[in-house]
Design a protein around this ligand. Structure first.
Ligand code: COA
Length: 169
């Protein structure tokens, strides 16, 4: 099964339980995990705020998932989105599944006319997708080097970012 090709596709209603389980499993041993990542995805979905939700399917199994939701900058919605949570099952990590999910999601955002995307995450991982620290685009309360942005057209705006309330806990 681990040799089967990995396909990236949008989530279906029948995927919801598997997405929650794989997210919980992926974050169980992750540094900086809040333990509530699966609940965040469910809350975004219930609020109609899960803008993009992609799964990685290998054989019959879901092995990865990525979510994107719209953010506000200085209280305004400006076509910017936040990447995350993103998860790959522990025994499938390091094989490019996370990168395939992230690249497909960013491509979808571009096609949909989004202005850009932010991510709160490891500075060793996300720059490979074009994310970079933008000192004037700030997520309050986190170390600057962990918060990165990717503008699809032009420069990143300045301001304070707020994620959807689903992330508040
Ligand atoms: C982060 C995650 C989604 C990446 O998925 P993946 O399929 O393992 O990643 P890829 O195979 O695309 O990329 C592997 C590369 O990224 C690196 N990498 C993966 N996760 C990393 C991390 N958290 N920090 C630094 N580097 C990381 C690997 O060392 C590897 O590097 P290399 O290409 O230079 O060899 C996955 O590791 C995961 O689910 N982690 C637990 C949950 C988590 O931390 N999510 C992100 C929160 S910001």
């Amino acid at each position: 099964m681990t040799d089967a090709p990995v396909a990236i596709r949008g989530e279906r209603a029948s995927d919801r339980g598997a997405i929650a389980r794989l997210t919980t499993e992926a974050f169980r041993t992750a540094p900086h995990a809040g333990g509530n990542e699966a609940a965040i995805i469910d809350e975004l979905r219930n609020a109609g705020a899960l803008a993009i939700s992609l799964v990685a399917e290998q054989g019959e199994a879901l092995v990865g998932h990525v979510a994107f939701s719209e953010i506000a900058i200085d209280g305004e919605v400006r076509g910017w989105f936040g990447l995350g949570p993103v998860s790959v099952l522990p025994d499938r990590q390091g094989a490019g599944v996370g990168a395939a999910l992230i690249e497909a999601g960013l491509q979808r955002l571009r096609e949909d006319g989004a202005a850009g995307c932010v991510v709160l995450g490891d500075p060793a991982y996300y720059p490979r997708f074009g994310f970079a620290v933008q000192p004037e685009l700030v997520l309050p309360g986190v170390p600057e080097e962990y918060f990165m942005a990717l503008a699809f057209d032009g420069a990143a705006p300045r301001g304070e970012v707020a994620y959807h309330p689903a992330f508040a806990d």
